[in-house]
Design a protein around this ligand. Sequence first.
Ligand code: SF4
Ligand code: SF4
Length: 148
Amino acid sequence: MEFKETYIGRIFYGMRSLLIGLHTTLKEFFTKKVTEQYPENRKTQHISERHRAMLYMPLDENGNNKCIACGLCANTCPNGTIVIKTKTVTDEETGKSKKVLVDYTYDLGSCMYCQLCVNVCPKEAIAFNNHFENAVFDRSKLFIKLNK
Ligand code: SF4
Ligand code: SF4
């Protein structure tokens, strides 16, 4: 009969197993905590700059959005999340007609944060911010006009 199958052996291995478990418990008791008390820690919470939460239109130095209404982002989006309305105007300097942006609508509810739209934009006119608290009770509030 092997030692671990004897009465004393079973007590020995039982105690050994118990001490291994207690050692792990004790070690974790003194390890720095990583659990976040959200939303209580809202003011001190760090969200990574790279987190993709919601599209927005960064402004240029004159306070205008940089969109040239080319439609590439809307055409690239696999979900039809972006809808762009444009109009054609005549450029006063050149006399040529050009498209300008009227409405840039983004449906946050159907966005899957793939970032294809941002990558394809030739003017860096759209980007993701990291404002992640976007829950609403009414889905219609997820349709957001980005050009203000
Ligand atoms: S991140 Fe992807 S799904 Fe969302 S609007 Fe851009 S292309 Fe569409
Ligand atoms: S956001 Fe960029 S890709 Fe989309 S229409 Fe404007 S310039 Fe074109």
